[in-house]
Design a protein around this ligand. Sequence first.
Ligand code: BJW
Ligand code: ZN
Length: 292
Amino acid sequence: MCIILVRVIRSVVRHPIHFQTMSTRQSSDIVKFKESLKAAKEIVILSGAGISAESGIPTFRGAGGYWRKYQASSLATPEAFRSSPSLVWEFYHYRREVAAQAQPNAGHIAIAKFEMKYGVEKKVTVITQNVDGLHERAGTKNLIELHGNLFKTRCTKCKEVLANTDIPICEALANRGAPDANIVGSDIPIKSLPHCKKENCSGLLRPHIIWFGESLEPAILEKAGEAMESCDVCLVVGTSSVVYPAAMFAPQAAQRGAIVAEFNIEPTPATPDFHYYFEGPCGKTLPVALSD
Ligand code: BJW
Ligand code: ZN
Protein backbone atom coordinates (compact mmCIF):
# COMPACT_ATOMS: atom_id res chain seq x y z
CA MET A 1 0.00 0.00 0.00
CA CYS A 2 2.84 2.36 0.92
CA ILE A 3 4.56 1.73 -2.40
CA ILE A 4 1.41 2.59 -4.32
CA LEU A 5 0.87 5.76 -2.30
CA VAL A 6 4.47 6.83 -2.80
CA ARG A 7 4.11 6.19 -6.57
CA VAL A 8 0.91 8.26 -6.69
CA ILE A 9 2.33 11.16 -4.68
CA ARG A 10 5.63 11.10 -6.61
CA SER A 11 3.74 11.22 -9.87
CA VAL A 12 1.46 14.07 -8.75
CA VAL A 13 4.47 16.05 -7.56
CA ARG A 14 6.20 15.46 -10.90
CA HIS A 15 3.12 16.47 -12.89
CA PRO A 16 1.31 18.85 -10.54
CA ILE A 17 -1.63 19.79 -12.73
CA HIS A 18 -1.65 18.45 -16.26
CA PHE A 19 0.88 18.12 -18.99
CA GLN A 20 0.02 21.43 -20.67
CA THR A 21 3.36 21.53 -22.45
CA MET A 22 2.73 18.34 -24.41
CA SER A 23 2.77 19.05 -28.10
CA THR A 24 0.09 16.54 -29.12
CA ARG A 25 -2.13 18.02 -31.78
CA GLN A 26 -5.79 17.35 -31.12
CA SER A 27 -7.86 15.48 -33.65
CA SER A 28 -11.52 14.60 -33.94
CA ASP A 29 -10.98 12.24 -36.87
CA ILE A 30 -13.24 9.34 -35.90
CA VAL A 31 -12.15 7.16 -38.82
CA LYS A 32 -8.51 7.39 -37.78
CA PHE A 33 -9.40 6.75 -34.15
CA LYS A 34 -11.39 3.65 -35.08
CA GLU A 35 -8.38 2.30 -36.99
CA SER A 36 -6.27 2.63 -33.83
CA LEU A 37 -8.99 0.95 -31.80
CA LYS A 38 -9.13 -1.94 -34.26
CA ALA A 39 -5.37 -2.43 -34.10
CA ALA A 40 -5.21 -2.15 -30.30
CA LYS A 41 -4.52 -5.20 -28.13
CA GLU A 42 -5.33 -3.60 -24.78
CA ILE A 43 -8.01 -0.98 -24.32
CA VAL A 44 -9.03 0.93 -21.21
CA ILE A 45 -12.25 2.89 -20.92
CA LEU A 46 -12.06 5.34 -18.01
CA SER A 47 -15.47 6.73 -17.15
CA GLY A 48 -16.90 9.40 -14.89
CA ALA A 49 -20.24 10.90 -13.92
CA GLY A 50 -20.89 12.27 -17.44
CA ILE A 51 -21.58 8.79 -18.79
CA SER A 52 -24.51 8.41 -16.40
CA ALA A 53 -25.87 11.94 -16.95
CA GLU A 54 -28.06 10.71 -19.80
CA SER A 55 -29.50 8.11 -17.41
CA GLY A 56 -30.69 10.98 -15.19
CA ILE A 57 -27.95 10.75 -12.55
CA PRO A 58 -26.60 14.20 -11.65
CA THR A 59 -22.88 14.89 -12.18
CA PHE A 60 -20.79 16.18 -9.28
CA ARG A 61 -19.60 19.51 -10.54
CA GLY A 62 -21.90 22.16 -11.96
CA ALA A 63 -25.56 22.83 -11.27
CA GLY A 64 -26.57 19.21 -10.62
CA GLY A 65 -23.95 18.75 -7.91
CA TYR A 66 -26.19 19.96 -5.09
CA TRP A 67 -28.42 18.07 -2.66
CA ARG A 68 -30.52 20.40 -0.52
CA LYS A 69 -28.19 23.32 0.26
CA TYR A 70 -25.11 21.10 0.28
CA GLN A 71 -22.55 20.61 -2.43
CA ALA A 72 -22.39 16.83 -2.97
CA SER A 73 -18.63 16.84 -2.39
CA SER A 74 -19.08 18.38 1.09
CA LEU A 75 -21.16 15.37 2.19
CA ALA A 76 -18.79 12.83 0.64
CA THR A 77 -16.25 13.08 3.45
CA PRO A 78 -15.50 11.07 6.60
CA GLU A 79 -15.82 14.31 8.59
CA ALA A 80 -19.39 14.86 7.38
CA PHE A 81 -20.29 11.27 8.32
CA ARG A 82 -18.72 11.64 11.77
CA SER A 83 -20.53 14.90 12.44
CA SER A 84 -23.92 13.80 11.06
CA PRO A 85 -24.33 10.16 10.04
CA SER A 86 -28.08 10.79 9.74
CA LEU A 87 -27.65 13.56 7.14
CA VAL A 88 -25.07 11.61 5.15
CA TRP A 89 -27.25 8.46 5.16
CA GLU A 90 -30.24 10.55 3.99
CA PHE A 91 -28.10 11.82 1.11
CA TYR A 92 -26.99 8.29 0.17
CA HIS A 93 -30.50 6.90 0.57
CA TYR A 94 -31.62 9.46 -2.03
CA ARG A 95 -28.69 8.59 -4.34
CA ARG A 96 -29.46 4.84 -4.03
CA GLU A 97 -33.09 5.48 -4.98
CA VAL A 98 -32.09 7.56 -8.03
CA ALA A 99 -29.51 5.00 -9.17
CA ALA A 100 -31.86 2.04 -8.65
CA GLN A 101 -34.52 3.69 -10.82
CA ALA A 102 -32.04 4.73 -13.55
CA GLN A 103 -31.37 2.59 -16.60
CA PRO A 104 -28.05 2.14 -18.42
CA ASN A 105 -28.00 4.40 -21.48
CA ALA A 106 -26.63 4.06 -25.02
CA GLY A 107 -23.11 4.93 -23.79
CA HIS A 108 -22.99 2.16 -21.15
CA ILE A 109 -24.51 -0.28 -23.62
CA ALA A 110 -22.04 0.57 -26.41
CA ILE A 111 -19.16 -0.17 -24.00
CA ALA A 112 -20.67 -3.48 -22.85
CA LYS A 113 -21.33 -4.57 -26.44
CA PHE A 114 -17.79 -3.66 -27.45
CA GLU A 115 -16.39 -5.82 -24.64
CA MET A 116 -18.72 -8.68 -25.52
CA LYS A 117 -17.58 -8.56 -29.15
CA TYR A 118 -13.86 -7.93 -28.75
CA GLY A 119 -13.15 -9.00 -25.16
CA VAL A 120 -11.61 -12.30 -26.28
CA GLU A 121 -9.18 -11.02 -28.90
CA LYS A 122 -8.39 -7.82 -26.96
CA LYS A 123 -8.09 -7.04 -23.27
CA VAL A 124 -10.88 -4.54 -22.58
CA THR A 125 -10.95 -2.98 -19.11
CA VAL A 126 -13.51 -0.48 -17.86
CA ILE A 127 -12.29 1.66 -14.97
CA THR A 128 -15.09 3.77 -13.53
CA GLN A 129 -15.16 6.49 -10.93
CA ASN A 130 -18.92 6.05 -10.75
CA VAL A 131 -20.64 4.35 -7.85
CA ASP A 132 -24.05 3.85 -9.53
CA GLY A 133 -23.58 0.27 -10.78
CA LEU A 134 -24.82 1.13 -14.31
CA HIS A 135 -21.80 -0.31 -16.17
CA GLU A 136 -22.40 -3.68 -14.51
CA ARG A 137 -26.12 -3.51 -15.21
CA ALA A 138 -25.34 -2.77 -18.88
CA GLY A 139 -23.33 -6.03 -18.98
CA THR A 140 -19.72 -4.88 -18.56
CA LYS A 141 -17.68 -7.74 -17.09
CA ASN A 142 -14.09 -6.57 -16.70
CA LEU A 143 -14.92 -3.63 -14.45
CA ILE A 144 -12.88 -1.78 -11.85
CA GLU A 145 -14.94 0.46 -9.55
CA LEU A 146 -12.40 2.92 -8.20
CA HIS A 147 -14.61 4.81 -5.77
CA GLY A 148 -16.82 2.00 -4.45
CA ASN A 149 -20.49 1.28 -5.00
CA LEU A 150 -23.74 2.79 -3.68
CA PHE A 151 -25.14 -0.69 -3.20
CA LYS A 152 -22.39 -1.91 -0.88
CA THR A 153 -22.01 -1.13 2.82
CA ARG A 154 -18.95 -1.25 5.05
CA CYS A 155 -19.10 -1.79 8.81
CA THR A 156 -17.29 1.02 10.62
CA LYS A 157 -16.30 -1.48 13.35
CA CYS A 158 -15.44 -4.86 11.77
CA LYS A 159 -14.91 -3.40 8.22
CA GLU A 160 -16.96 -6.13 6.53
CA VAL A 161 -18.13 -5.10 3.05
CA LEU A 162 -21.50 -6.44 1.92
CA ALA A 163 -23.74 -5.95 -1.09
CA ASN A 164 -27.05 -4.39 -0.11
CA THR A 165 -29.79 -3.37 -2.54
CA ASP A 166 -32.55 -2.82 0.04
CA ILE A 167 -34.49 0.38 -0.48
CA PRO A 168 -34.87 1.82 2.06
CA ILE A 169 -31.83 0.25 3.66
CA CYS A 170 -33.52 0.67 7.07
CA GLU A 171 -37.01 1.62 8.23
CA ALA A 172 -35.98 5.04 9.54
CA LEU A 173 -34.86 6.15 6.05
CA ALA A 174 -38.24 5.42 4.43
CA ASN A 175 -39.57 8.61 2.77
CA ARG A 176 -36.42 10.51 3.70
CA GLY A 177 -33.70 12.11 1.56
CA ALA A 178 -35.81 14.46 -0.58
CA PRO A 179 -33.38 16.81 -2.35
CA ASP A 180 -35.32 20.12 -2.12
CA ALA A 181 -33.24 22.98 -0.72
CA ASN A 182 -35.76 23.94 1.97
CA ILE A 183 -35.92 20.49 3.63
CA VAL A 184 -34.25 20.16 7.02
CA GLY A 185 -32.30 17.03 8.03
CA SER A 186 -34.30 14.38 9.92
CA ASP A 187 -31.76 13.81 12.68
CA ILE A 188 -32.38 10.09 12.78
CA PRO A 189 -30.91 8.63 16.02
CA ILE A 190 -27.76 6.59 15.34
CA LYS A 191 -29.39 3.42 16.72
CA SER A 192 -32.02 3.60 13.94
CA LEU A 193 -29.46 3.88 11.11
CA PRO A 194 -28.16 0.72 9.35
CA HIS A 195 -26.06 -1.52 11.61
CA CYS A 196 -23.88 -4.58 11.13
CA LYS A 197 -25.80 -7.81 11.61
CA LYS A 198 -22.75 -9.80 12.69
CA GLU A 199 -22.99 -11.21 16.17
CA ASN A 200 -20.79 -9.33 18.68
CA CYS A 201 -20.36 -6.42 16.29
CA SER A 202 -23.46 -4.26 15.62
CA GLY A 203 -21.20 -1.49 14.30
CA LEU A 204 -22.68 1.44 12.39
CA LEU A 205 -22.68 0.77 8.63
CA ARG A 206 -21.51 3.38 6.12
CA PRO A 207 -21.76 3.44 2.33
CA HIS A 208 -18.80 1.56 0.78
CA ILE A 209 -17.65 4.67 -1.06
CA ILE A 210 -14.24 6.33 -1.19
CA TRP A 211 -14.76 9.77 0.26
CA PHE A 212 -12.44 12.76 -0.15
CA GLY A 213 -9.23 12.36 1.81
CA GLU A 214 -9.64 8.58 2.00
CA SER A 215 -7.23 6.26 0.21
CA LEU A 216 -8.42 4.09 -2.62
CA GLU A 217 -8.22 0.35 -1.94
CA PRO A 218 -4.63 -0.69 -2.70
CA ALA A 219 -5.64 -3.82 -4.65
CA ILE A 220 -8.04 -1.82 -6.82
CA LEU A 221 -5.51 0.94 -7.39
CA GLU A 222 -2.92 -1.67 -8.34
CA LYS A 223 -5.26 -3.36 -10.83
CA ALA A 224 -6.23 -0.04 -12.39
CA GLY A 225 -2.56 0.99 -12.54
CA GLU A 226 -1.63 -2.23 -14.34
CA ALA A 227 -4.37 -1.78 -16.94
CA MET A 228 -3.41 1.85 -17.49
CA GLU A 229 0.28 1.02 -17.81
CA SER A 230 -0.22 -1.62 -20.49
CA CYS A 231 -3.08 -0.24 -22.60
CA ASP A 232 -2.39 0.99 -26.10
CA VAL A 233 -5.67 2.88 -26.48
CA CYS A 234 -7.61 4.67 -23.72
CA LEU A 235 -11.04 6.30 -23.93
CA VAL A 236 -11.72 8.94 -21.27
CA VAL A 237 -15.46 9.34 -21.01
CA GLY A 238 -17.53 11.94 -19.14
CA THR A 239 -15.07 12.92 -16.46
CA SER A 240 -13.89 16.40 -15.49
CA SER A 241 -10.44 14.89 -14.78
CA VAL A 242 -9.99 16.89 -11.60
CA VAL A 243 -10.19 14.22 -8.90
CA TYR A 244 -6.99 12.33 -8.07
CA PRO A 245 -5.66 9.75 -8.45
CA ALA A 246 -8.00 8.99 -11.42
CA ALA A 247 -7.24 12.41 -12.96
CA MET A 248 -3.65 11.44 -13.67
CA PHE A 249 -4.28 7.99 -15.20
CA ALA A 250 -4.99 9.08 -18.79
CA PRO A 251 -2.49 11.95 -19.00
CA GLN A 252 0.20 9.49 -17.85
CA ALA A 253 -0.88 6.93 -20.44
CA ALA A 254 -0.75 9.60 -23.16
CA GLN A 255 2.68 10.66 -21.99
CA ARG A 256 4.11 7.16 -22.35
CA GLY A 257 2.69 6.87 -25.89
CA ALA A 258 -0.77 5.32 -25.57
CA ILE A 259 -3.44 6.82 -27.81
CA VAL A 260 -5.97 8.64 -25.65
CA ALA A 261 -9.36 9.89 -26.80
CA GLU A 262 -11.63 12.06 -24.68
CA PHE A 263 -15.44 12.02 -24.97
CA ASN A 264 -17.11 14.94 -23.23
CA ILE A 265 -19.66 17.68 -23.79
CA GLU A 266 -16.99 20.29 -23.06
CA PRO A 267 -13.21 20.44 -22.82
CA THR A 268 -11.56 19.64 -19.48
CA PRO A 269 -8.20 20.66 -17.99
CA ALA A 270 -6.80 17.39 -19.39
CA THR A 271 -8.04 17.87 -22.98
CA PRO A 272 -4.73 19.35 -24.23
CA ASP A 273 -2.93 16.18 -23.10
CA PHE A 274 -4.91 13.88 -25.38
CA HIS A 275 -4.71 12.91 -29.04
CA TYR A 276 -8.42 12.91 -29.78
CA TYR A 277 -11.32 14.96 -28.49
CA PHE A 278 -14.88 13.99 -29.42
CA GLU A 279 -17.38 16.57 -28.27
CA GLY A 280 -20.99 15.70 -27.52
CA PRO A 281 -23.13 13.57 -25.21
CA CYS A 282 -21.40 10.21 -24.96
CA GLY A 283 -24.71 8.39 -25.46
CA LYS A 284 -24.34 9.64 -29.04
CA THR A 285 -20.57 9.68 -29.58
CA LEU A 286 -19.67 6.29 -28.01
CA PRO A 287 -22.00 4.09 -30.11
CA VAL A 288 -20.36 5.61 -33.22
CA ALA A 289 -16.81 5.29 -31.92
CA LEU A 290 -17.23 1.71 -30.70
CA SER A 291 -19.22 0.27 -33.61
CA ASP A 292 -17.59 -1.53 -36.57
C1 BJW B 1 -20.62 14.58 -20.07
C2 BJW B 1 -22.01 14.43 -20.23
C3 BJW B 1 -22.46 13.62 -21.30
C4 BJW B 1 -21.69 15.70 -18.54
N1 BJW B 1 -21.53 13.02 -22.10
N2 BJW B 1 -19.74 13.98 -20.87
C5 BJW B 1 -3.32 15.28 -5.61
C6 BJW B 1 -3.42 16.62 -5.85
C7 BJW B 1 -4.46 17.37 -5.31
C8 BJW B 1 -5.42 16.78 -4.51
C9 BJW B 1 -5.31 15.43 -4.28
C10 BJW B 1 -4.28 14.69 -4.82
N3 BJW B 1 -4.43 13.41 -4.45
C11 BJW B 1 -5.54 13.32 -3.69
C12 BJW B 1 -6.08 14.53 -3.56
C13 BJW B 1 -7.31 14.86 -2.80
C14 BJW B 1 -8.56 14.44 -3.50
C15 BJW B 1 -8.70 15.19 -4.84
O1 BJW B 1 -8.44 14.72 -5.90
N4 BJW B 1 -9.16 16.41 -4.77
C16 BJW B 1 -9.35 17.21 -5.97
C17 BJW B 1 -10.77 17.79 -5.98
C18 BJW B 1 -8.26 18.22 -6.08
N5 BJW B 1 -8.56 13.00 -3.75
C19 BJW B 1 -8.87 12.15 -2.81
O2 BJW B 1 -9.15 12.54 -1.68
C20 BJW B 1 -8.84 10.68 -3.15
N6 BJW B 1 -8.07 10.01 -2.18
C21 BJW B 1 -6.74 9.86 -2.29
O3 BJW B 1 -6.14 10.13 -3.29
O4 BJW B 1 -6.16 9.40 -1.13
C22 BJW B 1 -4.74 9.48 -1.00
C23 BJW B 1 -4.32 10.93 -0.83
C24 BJW B 1 -5.12 11.83 -0.15
C25 BJW B 1 -4.71 13.18 -0.03
C26 BJW B 1 -3.51 13.59 -0.61
C27 BJW B 1 -2.71 12.67 -1.29
C28 BJW B 1 -3.12 11.31 -1.40
C29 BJW B 1 -10.23 10.09 -3.05
C30 BJW B 1 -11.13 10.62 -4.12
C31 BJW B 1 -12.51 10.05 -3.92
C32 BJW B 1 -13.49 10.74 -4.83
N7 BJW B 1 -14.76 10.49 -4.36
C33 BJW B 1 -15.88 11.10 -5.08
C34 BJW B 1 -17.11 11.03 -4.19
C35 BJW B 1 -17.75 9.71 -4.23
C36 BJW B 1 -18.89 9.84 -3.31
C37 BJW B 1 -20.19 9.70 -3.97
O5 BJW B 1 -20.35 9.37 -5.15
O6 BJW B 1 -21.07 9.96 -3.21
O7 BJW B 1 -16.09 10.46 -6.32
S1 BJW B 1 -15.64 12.79 -5.52
C38 BJW B 1 -16.54 12.74 -6.98
O8 BJW B 1 -15.64 13.15 -8.03
C39 BJW B 1 -16.90 11.27 -7.22
C40 BJW B 1 -16.48 11.09 -8.65
O9 BJW B 1 -16.21 9.73 -8.90
C41 BJW B 1 -15.27 11.98 -8.78
C42 BJW B 1 -14.93 12.37 -10.18
O10 BJW B 1 -15.91 13.18 -10.74
P1 BJW B 1 -16.30 12.97 -12.26
O11 BJW B 1 -16.78 11.61 -12.48
O12 BJW B 1 -15.21 13.45 -13.12
O13 BJW B 1 -17.61 13.92 -12.37
P2 BJW B 1 -17.71 15.48 -12.62
O14 BJW B 1 -19.07 15.90 -12.21
O15 BJW B 1 -16.58 16.22 -12.04
O16 BJW B 1 -17.55 15.63 -14.19
C43 BJW B 1 -18.53 15.17 -15.10
C44 BJW B 1 -17.99 15.36 -16.49
O17 BJW B 1 -18.92 14.80 -17.39
C45 BJW B 1 -17.84 16.84 -16.87
O18 BJW B 1 -16.58 17.01 -17.50
C46 BJW B 1 -18.97 17.08 -17.88
O19 BJW B 1 -18.64 18.02 -18.87
C47 BJW B 1 -19.14 15.69 -18.46
N8 BJW B 1 -20.46 15.37 -19.00
N9 BJW B 1 -22.64 15.14 -19.29
C48 BJW B 1 -20.21 13.21 -21.86
N10 BJW B 1 -23.76 13.41 -21.55
ZN1 ZN C 1 -19.43 -5.28 11.81
